[in-house]
Design a protein around this ligand. Structure first.
Ligand code: NAD
Ligand code: ZN
Length: 243
């Protein structure tokens, strides 16, 4: 197999999804068959779901906070840290994961497109999101100490838009003109959640090279120039040739 060449003329955009955290023990939505305690995940990860039953949503995120607190980064996360150390500002990691494992592994140039599991914001006022490891498993809904509104996890839910500054940072990286060639690598993502699933085409539009590392074929596999089928923790550590 030809290697992913990361040399001084390359800039690399990486997109990760839930599959990259799977080997750390964080379940993917697909691994849960799209269900949590028989509720479709869209019902516990959407503004409509929160309005209908905020206590249920907090039970779901309490369980996710509990699960993600006990896990460790895996060799897939570590490989991305090494690539960033090699490339510096010619590296950007866009992740759909909210578990914070990339940051815990040591990645620094990270765009958390879908938000942060260990951050909370107010559903009713504009106070800044804040770090929060609290859990509310018994069906209470925490209240805002500034407006007494309902607090909610700082997650981009199904049906919500991504932060414009996050999309701009990714777009600027893709369109950067500094004489380097753009390479895009997506790992552990089903290719079914937008706008992340469209990044491969944004990169192709500027003639970038595109790689997919995934356990199964993704919804958009045929859009990539290279598809390496396997687990990210096994494939990523030996995929790149750093020079
Ligand atoms: N860890 C997390 O933070 C987490 C966990 C579950 C879901 N989510 C959210 O769920 C949404 C679903 O999108 P998604 O595409 O990221 O996840 P997904 O659950 O829809 O798909 C995961 C993909 O990863 C692949 N995969 C599973 N194990 C793998 C491994 N070890 N190595 C490589 N690939 C593997 C699967 O084949 C699948 O295609 C996103 O919005 C994301 O924010 C996040
Ligand atoms: Zn408030």
């Amino acid at each position: 197999m030809e290697p992913l060449v990361l040399d001084s003329r390359t800039r690399l955009l990486v997109l990760t999804g839930a599959g990259v955290s799977a080997e750390s023990g964080v379940p993917t939505f697909r691994g849960m068959n799209g269900l949590w305690e028989n509720h479709p995940v869209e019902a516990v990860a959407s503004p409509e779901g929160f309005d209908a039953d905020p206590a249920l949503v907090w039970r779901f995120y309490s369980q996710r906070r509990g699960g993600a607190a006990d896990v460790k980064p895996n060799p897939g996360h570590d490989a991305l840290v090494r690539w960033e150390q090699h490339l510096g500002d010619r590296f950007l990691l866009a992740t759909q994961n909210v578990d914070g494992l990339h940051e815990r592994a040591g990645s620094q140039r990270v765009v958390a497109m879908h938000g942060h599991l260990f951050r909370t914001k107010c559903a009713d006022c504009r106070r800044a999101p804040f770090n929060d490891t609290s859990v509310h498993p018994s069906g209470t809904v925490p209240r805002c100490d500034q407006c007494n509104g309902r607090l909610r996890p700082d997650i981009v839910w199904f049906g919500e838009s991504l932060a414009s500054e996050d999309l701009e940072r990714i777009g600027d990286f893709i369109s950067r003109r500094d004489g380097t060639r753009l390479v895009f690598l997506a790992a552990g993502t089903s290719g079914a959640v937008w706008p992340a699933a469209g990044l491969v085409d944004q990169v192709r539009a500027v003639r970038g090279d595109t790689w997919l590392v995934n356990f199964e074929s993704a919804a958009n596999t045929e859009r990539f120039h290279h598809f390496v089928q396997g687990r990210s923790g096994e494939v990523l550590p030996s995929l790149a040739a750093l020079s």
